[in-house]
Ligand binder design. Structure first.
Ligand code: AMP
Length: 112
């Protein structure tokens, strides 16, 4: 499968890893939008949050178990934001489910 994030998970494409376990992989975004900008991805290919179902939701749950650990390791004690973009209107550019962790500064209230 020609998927950028599958290639990052396998190591075929290099990344700046911050966390890894059996179910997920986290790395620094190449174009950071905040002082801390990390992407957390499930190790199985799920196209987006729009196709989460009983058959793959364990991976999603494990991603959300990893997020607080990553936030703690990045000293995000004042808070942070988790975002996932879906499809064209959501401006999803990589078709492998990923959650952006943004933090390290006061983020804007604006959501769009
Ligand atoms: P999205 O627009 O929600 O699909 O987010 C995709 C994210 O992947 C963007 O924030 C990109 O900056 C990031 N990105 C694309 N290629 C790479 C890469 N090779 N390493 C790290 N982050 C990447």
């Amino acid at each position: 499968m020609d998927c950028l994030f599958c290639k990052i998970i396998s190591g075929e494409i290099p990344s700046s890893k911050v966390y890894e376990d059996e179910y997920c992989y986290a790395f620094r975004d190449i174009n950071p939008q905040a002082p801390v900008h990390i992407l957390v991805v499930p190790k199985c290919h799920i196209e987006s949050a729009d196709v989460i179902c009983g058959g793959n939701s364990l991976y999603v749950a494990k991603v959300f178990e990893a997020i607080p650990k990553i936030a703690a390791s990045e000293s995000l004690s004042e808070g942070y934001r988790v975002i996932t973009n879906i499809g064209k209107h959501g401006c999803q550019s990589v078709k492998h489910l990923h959650f952006h962790i943004l933090g390290g500064k006061q983020l804007s209230e604006k959501m769009d």
